[in-house]
Design a protein around this ligand. Structure first.
Ligand code: SDX
Length: 427
């Protein structure tokens, strides 16, 4: 592979360096392109553009490979746990037992959310979507933790990481408690992180609460699978907002808003709503596959397709197996799971989907597990956000520690050329 790329514009040749990554990904470094040629590149949706060099997550869409800091998602999902994977993503190495204990105990230092935050959540109607409430509450955390983190100071950065991990989980569950009209719960520092998610969500003051260990284990695995995914829409948003040196809470809040969209993290909610619609309409999967293929029909097969994976999303494979295990262990018979399997089976044999490399993605099966766990549909994307939080933190930290420049893309102007101002009576 040559380390130089040559570009010819108007008969003039220009050379640009070629960057090759650890996994032999090749990029043309165009940092000097506009200065030397006057031209810029155009790439709607950044399908062909790299925004950064990152050491956090590697994915290969053609091979269906996903690794966090070099460890395969299959290994981490089966052998690790969510807090350990969070530490790995953020600090770059799997923690020793002592490091993991210190991490968990430092998070526990910050699990009390300022009581006045309750005044903010009380301002929302019960019908507000939890993702909108979560984005607002996350940004509001800045008001109660105004000191910006000095990213060059490892201790300050460590504390800010643990504060974010601690407080985000609590406020994420408050969005559900608010919608249900339940009192807001507190983190229990005697319990684990994922077990706390369940008690924060479902414990009621009227009696004891013990989460089902099968559910806690499955959730821990699901959070691992959602923890990072290189430069996806919401992570790129977190990096972009953070590149202006906006704070960590403000940047994460922007990431929550980006994740909310049905083409991104909101797809897990959209999948369940789609499956329920198919079920209500008689369960005819083939009818909906035809709709998804019809260019005149806006219907899309939610949970299918991916910007990068042109093969199976490795996370979808793991979640599909987990769905079977969790439902059988909980003794839940969910007809939408059978509709999902029928949709997948038909789509994988259908020319339209095969020719476009459309496979089930991470969102296709996750909602089915969440529903079996008693999680309400509108909370599905909040769970995605809880899982993705360590990835957002890791990517924000990498961008700031590497002193990357403020993000500011260019454009090609296609509007009106210069024209003289006309007074109102001349228009
Ligand atoms: C996530 O980026 C990440 O890493 C995201 C994520 C993460 O972990 O952060 O993996 C999480 O967001 C997963 C994706 C969840 N979204 C959905 O499930 C929504 C449904 N899927 C799509 O809307 C779509 O597949 C996207 C948005 C995911 C990807 O869209 P692209 O890459 O921009 O592809 P495209 O829209 O250009 O589609 C290419 C072709 C088109 O047909 P033609 O114009 O070539 O004829 O495929 C078709 C599309 O119409 N197509 C679909 C389809 N997805 C693409 N047709 C029917 N159903 C679909 N789901």
């Amino acid at each position: 592979m040559s380390n130089i790329a040559t570009l010819e514009i108007d008969g003039k040749k220009y050379e640009f360096p070629v960057v090759v990554g650890t996994e032999n990904e090749v990029a043309i470094d165009i940092e000097k392109l506009r200065g030397e040629t006057g031209a810029i590149t155009l790439d709607p949706g950044y399908k062909n553009s790299g925004s950064c060099q990152s050491a956090i997550t590697f994915l290969d869409g053609e091979q269906g490979i996903l690794r966090y800091r070099g460890y395969s998602i299959e290994d981490l999902a089966s052998k690790s746990n969510f807090l350990e994977v969070s530490y790995l993503l953020i600090f770059g190495e799997l923690p020793t037992a002592a490091e993991l204990e210190k991490f968990e105990n430092t998070i526990r230092k910050y699990t009390l959310v300022h009581e006045e935050m309750k005044n903010i959540i009380d301002g929302f109607p019960k019908t507000a979507h939890p993702m909108g409430v979560l984005a607002s509450l996350t940004s509001a955390l800045t008001a109660f933790n105004p000191k910006s983190v000095n990213v060059a100071n490892d201790k300050e950065m460590y504390e800010a990481v643990c504060k974010t991990m601690g407080k985000f989980l609590v406020i994420a569950t408050w969005t559900y408690r608010k919608a249900m009209g339940y009192p807001l719960n507190y983190y229990d520092n005697t319990k684990g992180y994922v077990e706390n998610f369940m008690q924060l969500m479902f414990a009621l003051p009227t009696g004891p609460y013990k989460p089902n260990p099968v559910v806690v284990d499955a959730l821990d695995k699901l959070f691992i699978l959602h923890a990072d995914h290189e430069q996806n829409c919401s992570t790129s948003t977190v990096r972009m907002v953070g590149s202006s040196h906006a704070g960590l809470f403000a940047s994460i809040s922007a990431g929550v808003s980006a994740l909310w969209g049905p083409l991104h993290g909101g797809a897990n909610q959209a999948v369940l709503e789609m499956l329920e619609e198919i079920q209500k309409d008689g369960g005819d999967a083939d009818k909906y596959l035809a709709k998804a293929k019809d260019k005149n029909d806006p219907f899309r097969l939610m949970g299918f397709g991916h910007r990068v994976y042109k093969n199976f999303d490795p996370r979808a494979k793991i979640i599909k197996k987990a769905a079977d295990d969790v439902l059988s262990s909980l003794g839940v018979e969910d007809p939408v799971l059978n509709i999902a399997k029928k949709l997948e089976e038909s789509a994988l044999q259908d020319e339209y989907f095969k020719s476009r490399n459309l496979y089930p993605n991470v969102d296709f099966y996750s909602g089915i597990i969440y529903r079996a766990m008693g999680i309400p549909t509108e909370m599905f994307t909040v769970l995605f956000a809880i899982g993705r939080l360590p990835g957002w933190i890791a990517q924000w930290k990498e961008m700031r520690v590497n002193k990357e420049p403020i993000g500011r893309p260019r454009q090609v102007y296609v509007g009106e050329p210069h024209r003289e101002f006309k007074p109102a009576d001349k228009r």
